[in-house]
Ligand binder design. Structure first.
Ligand SMILES: [Zn+2]
Length: 162
């Protein structure tokens, strides 16, 4: 049985999102992230990834990327949240979405898009409305650059990672 359904999103009002259709345990794989496997060279020469942040582009290894911007990739509909309950994971050339906390039936499934901080971060406002929201779609490790409120957490995270 599928763990999700697609419906109108509360985060992206113009778009759709994925919602839990039952309680999901932390660690469960929810959906595969599929797409076209392309070489780094193809990524470099394609203008598709030039102007926008590569929301759907994943680094698989030194040689290949995954372009998830295809109609059959339902996982591309997952929205970004600053308190995401899912994360992308993978092995080899396969990617999937895994629950990183227990998720209740009816909750919207969200990931951290992992955008770095750069000069055009303001192009991508975040509407997740979570308590943790820094206002823009920027990966958690970089949010302190936007809002000092996140700086303590940033330092703490660093320490844990070391
Ligand atoms: Zn947010």
């Amino acid at each position: 049985m599928k763990l999700y359904k697609v419906k109108k999103s509360n985060i992206d009002r113009q778009g759709r999102g994925l919602y839990a259709v039952k309680d999901i345990k932390e660690g469960s794989i929810i959906i595969n992230y599929v797409g076209k496997i392309i070489t780094k060279k193809q990524t470099e020469v394609s203008d598709k990834f030039d102007n926008a942040k590569p929301i759907y582009l994943f680094n698989l290894n030194n040689r290949y990327d995954m372009d998830g911007d295809v109609s059959w990739n339902t996982a591309r509909l997952i929205n970004h949240s600053c308190s995401n309950n899912c994360d992308y994971d993978g092995q080899g050339l396969k990617l999937w979405v895994v629950a990183i906390k227990d998720i209740k039936k009816g909750e919207e499934l969200t990931c951290d898009y992992g955008f770095g901080y750069d000069s055009d971060y303001k192009q991508f406002p975040c509407k997740c409305k979570s308590k943790n929201c820094c206002g823009y779609i920027v990966r958690s490790e970089s949010r302190w650059r936007i809002n000092k409120r996140f700086s303590l957490r940033h330092k703490k995270n660093n320490r844990v990672n070391r």
